[in-house]
Write a protein that binds this ligand. Structure first.
Ligand code: DAH
Length: 345
């Protein structure tokens, strides 16, 4: 071994260039590996004369340090610049696909109902899902022993005192809050989630959605109610939709009615969706009972109003003939994708 051998190798190392991490590793093995050139020089060094050791000891150590530093420098430069051409990554591979969501049919119908009534000048109001007995029953003229107040129908959050907390069983509670807080005249719709203690089946669920409507002013009549609902039905189900009203009973309206819309599947001829009648039930409604107005501090001699309430899932079922309520809550993507783009009224 001579000083020239060391100088030549040092020059090689200083001029070293690598295009990939693999080339860096190969260079490391060639120089510093078990059978590497520098390792071989160190082995030879053990056998040389004292004089040569004195002369070449230092340059040999410096050579090794230079090699280690160069390898490290090349490796970090390549790592910083990312995978180079010829690396194992295939840049033409398709990326990870993210599934696009779509709007839930309940949200679509809710938005359509809101949009229709907004056009008629209604505001939107929301109330709490955990309500008290007063707003869900008492102020709406439910007698104390009414069956809806039973544990069978209502989920109670705290029972045992005069005004227990419960999960609202209908959005009519929001009309009470609107009458308490809004200035007259009131024209408002209240969409929201409601809860009933029902066994889950195709036709019943313990959670569903309603939209409540309320209009109070001087001189509001049943004719105004009929007209509002007819206009709504035509916007929702088509320009040729007809409505009919059947007498009914609700504690908070007098008189009360249930509203049917002409079947938009068979156009009145009779099919299995309308069970051969040509009509489909869509909502309950009526003139706000004077007791309800007075309970919220509204002078029932001066003001009158109407209210109506409909189930959002029910309207969705009629629009799309999905007749099992459970589909609306299971979040099966095959079901949800059916409604992609279905935002038109
Ligand atoms: N709250 C009723 C229900 O849940 C629906 C309803 C009927 C609302 C008649 C009204 C109404 O405002 O006038 O079944």
């Amino acid at each position: 071994m001579t000083s020239e051998t060391i100088q030549k190798l040092l020059a090689d190392i200083n001029g070293l260039q690598c295009k990939s991490l693999k080339e860096v590793e190969d260079a490391r093995v060639r120089l510093l590996g078990k059978k590497g050139e520098i390792t071989a020089l160190f082995e030879e060094f053990r056998t040389v004369d004292k004089d040569v050791k004195r002369e070449l000891g230092r340059p040999l150590n410096e050579l090794k340090q230079a090699a280690i530093a160069k390898i490290e420098e090349l490796r970090s430069a390549l790592e910083a610049s990312g995978p180079a051409e010829g690396s194992s990554e295939d840049l033409s591979m398709p990326g990870v696909q993210y599934e696009l969501g779509s709007r839930h049919p309940v949200s679509i119908v809710r938005q359509q109902i809101v949009d229709i009534f907004r056009k008629f000048g209604y505001d939107v109001a929301e109330g709490p899902e955990i309500e008290d007995d007063y707003h869900v029953f008492e102020a709406l003229n439910f007698p104390p022993n009414h069956p809806a107040r039973d544990m069978q129908d209502t989920f109670f959050v705290s029972a045992g005192h005069l005004n227990p907390l419960l999960l609202r069983t209908h959005t009519s509670s929001v009309q009470v809050r609107a009458m308490e807080s809004m200035k007259l005249p009131i024209r408002v719709i209240c969409p929201g989630r409601v809860f009933r203690n029902e066994a889950i089946s195709a036709r019943a669920h313990c959670i569903f959605h309603q939209v409540e409507g309320l209009y109070i002013d001087e001189g509001v009549t049943f004719a105004d109610l009929k007209q509002a609902i007819l206009l709504f039905a035509r916007e929702m189900f088509g320009a040729d939709a007809q409505i009919r009203m059947r007498p009914s009973f609700f504690p908070f309206t007098e008189p009360s009615a249930e509203v049917d819309v002409s079947c938009n599947i068979c156009h009145g001829k009779g099919c299995n969706i309308c069970k051969g009648t040509g009509w489909l039930e869509i909502m309950g409604c009526g003139m706000v009972d004077p007791n309800v107005l007075e309970a919220s501090g509204i002078d029932s001699k001066r003001y009158s109003g109407f209210a109506f309430g409909m189930g959002i899932e029910r309207i969705a079922m009629l629009k799309w003939q999905v007749n099992d309520l459970r589909h609306y809550f299971e979040n099966d993507l095959r079901f949800l994708h059916e409604f992609e783009g279905a935002t038109e009224v």
